[in-house]
Design a protein around this ligand. Structure first.
Ligand SMILES: [Zn+2]
Length: 228
């Protein structure tokens, strides 16, 4: 009877060891697959304005609604772009301080920062997409390359007029990561305004910006691997 008890204890001990070993192996292989995947690039997407700050207006359309709709579509579509994780500075019609917007980059350990605006002008004939970088940036640096990639891809996706990349303003001063502000069209141009409130066009804009970000990141990694 004592012998039977001893056998039972040994069998139980062996079973526990086997269970622990199998769990450890599973855990290892799980970690391995995580390690093999490159960490996604964290992209801060900032729908400019919001809440009490409507931004520019054209007819009954306000900039804060256009920028939010496009940002939310970027968030929804991000999964289609490998290696991208989109983090929004707001996902509803709320006030966000400038420091909280910019601060998202550090909080999220972001790779880059893209702000979305709509343009406005006195003349209703001004149309097209332009992308801004902070003052001091020049062709060839990382912010400019990001802006250029976003500008090109968004123009391609929408067939809008290409206005190009410009350096201006200080909204991104203090940001340690490449940053660009894409002005997705003129809210003051009746035809472009009609497009900017259309969900289908907003999706084209969102896909264009995501493609541009993706192109910028791909060019960066390709450049790094071909360097001597
Ligand atoms: Zn704006």
């Amino acid at each position: 009877m004592k012998r039977l008890l001893l056998v039972a204890v040994i069998l139980a001990a062996v079973a526990v060891v086997v269970i622990i070993a199998v769990r450890a192996l599973r855990h290892d292989s799980g970690d391995l697959s995580v390690n093999q995947k490159a960490a996604p690039a964290i992209v801060i997407v900032d729908p400019a304005h919001g809440g009490s700050d409507a931004g520019s207006k054209g007819d009954s359309v306000v900039e804060k609604d256009v920028t939010l709709a496009i940002a939310n579509k970027m968030s929804a579509l991000a999964g289609e772009f490998a290696g991208l994780k989109v983090v929004l500075t707001r996902s509803s019609d709320t006030d966000v301080t400038a420091s909280n917007r910019i601060g998202a980059a550090a909080r999220e350990s972001a790779t880059l920062y893209v702000s979305i605006h709509a343009n406005a002008f006195d003349s209703p004939t001004a149309v097209g997409i332009e992308t801004l970088v902070d003052a001091g940036h020049a062709s060839g640096d990382s912010a400019w390359s990001l802006a250029l990639a976003v500008e090109k891809a968004t123009v391609k996706s929408t067939s809008a007029k290409e206005r190009g990349v410009r350096a201006q303003g200080t909204a991104f001063t203090g940001l340690a990561v490449p940053a660009a502000a894409v002005y997705v069209g003129f809210i003051t141009a009746p035809e472009e305004r009609a497009k900017l409130v259309s969900p289908a066009y907003q999706e084209q804009v969102a896909r264009g910006i995501l493609q541009g970000i993706s192109d910028y990141l791909a060019a960066g990694s390709a450049g790094a691997s071909t360097e001597p």
